[in-house]
Design a protein. Sequence first.
Lengths: 642, 98
Amino acid sequence: MSCHGSTESGVGVLEGTVEVALLGSPNTGKSSLFNRLTGLSAATGNYPGVTVTRSRGTARTPSGSVTVTDLPGTYSLEPASPDEEVVLDHLEGRLESDAAPDALLVVLDSTTLFRSLGLCAEALALGHPTAVVLTMVDELRARGGDVDVTALSRALGVPVVETVAHRGRGIEDVRELLDAAASWPVALIPPPCDDDAQLRGWIRSVLDSARYRVPGSSVATSRIDRVLLHPVWGSLVFLAVMFGFFQVIFTVAAPIQDAVQGVFDHWGELAATNLGSGFFADFVGTALIGGVGGVLVFLPQIMLLYLMISVLEAVGYMSRAAFLMDRIMARSGLDGRAFVAMLSSTACAVPGIMATRTMPSSRDRIATIMSAPLMTCSARLPVYLVLIALLVPDDARLGPFSMQGAALFAMYLLGGLASLTVARVFKATLLRRGALPFYLEMPPYRLPTLRGILRAVWVPVWMFVRKVGTIILVVTAVLWVLINFPAREAETARMDEAAAQSYVMENSFAGAAGKAVEPVFEPLGFDWRVDIGLIGSFAAREVFVSTMGQVAAAEDPEDPGDALRQLTHTHGPHQGAQVFTAPTIVALMLFFAFAMQCVSTLATMRRETNSWKWPALAVAYMFVLAYGTAWLGHWITGLVIS
Amino acid sequence: MKRSKRESSAPSCATLCDVKPGEDACITLVEGALDPVVRRRLGALGFREGEQVTCLRRAPMGSPILFRVCGAEVCLRKEQARSVRVAEQTPEPVAAAS
């Protein structure tokens, strides 16, 4: 394909391919259409310098291919927010990184044409070659509406095709249309966009000549909503859905996670038996297999999380949840939509942060990204389990409940409250200006498609494995080197294995680092060995548990509880005293609740906010919060027990 | 204070916030004192003068409120709903079906 006769700046990224921009309001099925057209070739990223996501991909056409850019959903080309400004800048070729599109494909929800033709009019007025795709025509007709596509095309002066994008109907017509993208007509008489009354007159005359009939409300949707949005029943169903959600994440995922853990343990043993007992065997067993296993163990949980979120989203329940939760989320300065991100963050902050992509305002998006890592993620869980077991006796009870369970619940509550509070602070300070009104569209309930769900699960899960897996792998490998070197083979020759391990550790690079930062954490009651665990946990929190296992040279590194209980200070004023006293454990738990100890989250933050500024700020504020609360916790617990 | 004053005056001074679930209203004025950005966004969502609105339901605790406008279902918070004035009598539908 060539781009003769198109706009002057038609220098595509792929030489000679026509650049087509997809323009449409949010929730029009624009992204479904884009996914259908480009398959898995699409790459998602932010515009340089802004937190506004766009996707680019190649769409096959009968005689070649075109490059398609999925612009962020927008209601109007008169920008109401920086997010929408990007759309206009892209269309007019003002972004250095992207050439102006050669042609515009306007995606309109056929059930709301009275509203969406406004955007179409603005698009036509830009003077680019334009074509229109009508989506959800099946819904339009099912709800008693109708439109004559040929007449609409005549009235608009540009080609129009109808589709049911998420079911894949009409996609071939769109491909054929894209084939001629460079020769799409330009509207001869631009619609009157400057005057409100004239524009609405234009819309009415276009829709009259297209014999458009407005659809009624969906009977099924209003019946279901009568229950799901009912103040009492709706709230009960919501609680039940949330309960089921957590059950699946923590109970259903558990055996699968154990199985994955088992496989990696088995491989670790294989490595140990077949590779001997040298450094290489230990590296393969501990750093490579242990490191990868440590990440992949969360994979079943994350897949289930995405599965449930994408089903709830595709069905239309997420908007209902946002509707029910808005009043509570409003207290944090965010809106109901942030709820999905916060909820996902109870499994892992990485999917939580990625879930913010659907939020319309970049300020809300950043506020959510900055506060979501405070939610109690599943990597904190193993740490809490070990520490709570050290702090609270098994048989302690609070009424009918186990005291250990209550302590864990308190930690979840703390995470939730902290993240809402932090979001509020960010919204009241750094992210204050330019508030858009709150609005939320309620799509009719729809049956999800298998293809859509699989895609929604596969894309982020694969990204998690690829990006996040590599980071953790590198960090575990580095940590392994720091803990095991310099080698002390001569000194440890006559020691038994446990003694040798703790000797190597004490004199390793990590040991030196732990001792170097000891004065910093001394007020919290941590000794140098806890500090090694802390240093390791800045890569990933769950590393703390296995590092403490190595540190305490426990028999079973995955359950270091007993060995830790007996750990005593090796030097300094507290020499011989127990390290894991109640104040220290409380301080550690608070530290883990607030500190940003997750390289994957930071990498995702960097990706999603498009700058190092926000991840750096997150590390700083969370460290201050963590240190401050840990110190307070240490002091208060000390007062209480003495 | 403000609300009771509005309720006691002519029905044309009622706002979207006063429309009860199940009732129709016609938008008479989207308040000009609003931030132009907010006004434009409300307009793009279908909340424009002359448009017909149905209140569908309210969330627990009264906000947000779900409306049907221009063939779509859209929620607004109380604060925004209050800035859209309506007449509760039903005029000729704007979207005349042929």
